[in-house]
Ligand binder design. Structure first.
Ligand code: DI6
Ligand code: FE
Length: 398
């Protein structure tokens, strides 16, 4: 049996509805890629007593972190747009003038697959260096068949190149390409591209941008109907810049997640709770576009909506390469507790991706763990641009 025991002063199991599910003086039996037993060392069953041990002493062990919303694959960058915003233009004005997402589309279409991979790998490595074990990566900077497929192949290649799980999301309904009407784009490009990408095994979930500068709920619903017919789960960029009906639509389709949700209402929160849909908070985008509308956190809490936290790493609205900073921002900007922020990048992030085998430290879960040089788990969200990772275990491999 390829098994061993790890011990540490503190294990934040993240298995409880509230708090960290702390085990002091804890032990984890790793057997192959999974955990076989978790508990206080003093209760370690005799059958495991002779296994090799690795003691991490005063450190804290958490589940490996999960970044459940990224756009890691893209060409070019948007530093020029950043400069424009600093002289007064808004994110929406730039998008309507043909900048924004569309400018990244041009750069992504012209980049080779090898160049896209080479540019994305350091981004992935930055997340891994922060203890991340699962990353979701979206398409959506192609808006044509070939480029959407190229982005999704690149995302799959990222997962093959590193000890990390990459889940791919088809985001064809991200923006309307130049010189096209939104409806005909959905019918003649987006939906056929979704079918082709699915046929090639490149799609784990389907997303859209439901917004005045994106697509209407009715247009997104057409894409979701195809996703449903293909047996693919859906998620949605909803209520980011305005109240536009995306969150209600996501709930109606029992989406895995509704993301951003700054302009969601208390009724939207109730609908998410009833649908079992996760609210994914993306404070990096809120910060970058200097949004002032805070997501309805109190309503999410009151209705028991699980809240995940992610980077939304993308070249425009969230050039944020740090999941730990996303956690810090979720606390400082949205008033999450550090325990909620950690649940948001572990247990609830797993759920936002439809994963049931990670995001918690418990028997039969994958042995994806992060070992931190901190003596309380609240330090993870507290530090700003501090990365106290000591080691990461992925699939049982240290
Ligand atoms: N909302 C976002 O935050 C990203 N996409 C979206 O629909 C932004 C993408 C970008 O600005 O490039
Ligand atoms: Fe996004």
């Amino acid at each position: 049996m390829n098994a061993y025991v790890i011990t540490a002063d503190r294990i934040a199991t993240m298995t409880k509805a509230e708090g960290y599910g702390l085990i002091m003086g804890g032990a984890i039996v790793v057997d192959g890629a999974q955990m076989a037993w978790v508990g206080p060392l003093e209760a370690l069953p005799a059958s495991y007593a002779a296994l090799p041990r690795r003691d991490f002493g005063p450190r804290t062990i958490t589940p490996a972190l999960i970044d459940c919303h990224t756009h890691l694959v893209y060409g070019g960058n948007r530093a020029g747009e950043f400069e424009m915003r600093l002289t007064g233009a808004t994110y929406e004005e730039i998008a309507r003038a043909g900048g924004g997402i569309i400018s990244t589309v041009t750069a992504t279409r012209t980049a080779s697959e090898a160049a896209l991979l080479a540019a994305a790998l350091p981004r992935l490595d930055a997340l891994i260096a922060q203890g991340v074990g699962v990353v979701e990566v979206k398409s959506g900077y192609g808006l044509d068949l070939d480029t959407e497929l190229k982005m999704l192949r690149t995302a799959r290649a990222l997962g093959a190149a590193r000890a990390v799980r990459v889940l791919t999301t088809f985001l064809g309904a991200h923006a309307v390409p130049d010189c096209m009407a939104a409806d005909s784009y959905i019918d003649t490009i987006c939906i056929p591209a979704l079918r082709a990408a699915h046929a090639q095994g490149l799609v784990d979930a389907v997303d859209g941008f439901c917004e005045g500068i994106g697509f209407t709920p009715a247009q997104i619903a057409r894409v979701f109907d195809v996703a449903r017919a293909l047996g693919l789960p859906v998620k949605l960029h909803a209520e980011q810049l305005s109240a536009f009906g995306g969150t209600a639509l996501a709930a109606q389709y029992r989406a895995l997640s509704a993301d951003h949700v700054e302009y969601a209402s208390a009724d939207d929160a109730a609908a998410l709770a009833a649908a079992g849909t996760v609210a994914v908070l993306l404070p990096g985008a809120f910060y970058t576009i200097r949004e002032t509308q805070i997501p309805p956190i109190a309503a999410f809490r009151a209705h028991g909506v699980p809240m995940a936290v992610a980077t939304d790493w993308n070249p425009g609205s969230s050039p944020l390469g740090s999941i730990l900073l996303a956690m810090n921002m979720a606390c400082t900007l949205f008033r999450l507790t550090p325990a909620e922020a950690l649940a948001g990048t572990t247990r609830h992030a797993a759920r936002a991706l439809g994963l049931t085998d990670c995001g918690q430290i418990a028997a039969n879960m994958r042995a994806d763990l992060a070992i931190w040089d901190v003596t309380s788990p609240a330090e993870l969200a507290y530090g700003i641009a501090v990365t106290p990772l000591h080691a990461r275990i992925f699939g049982g491999v240290l």
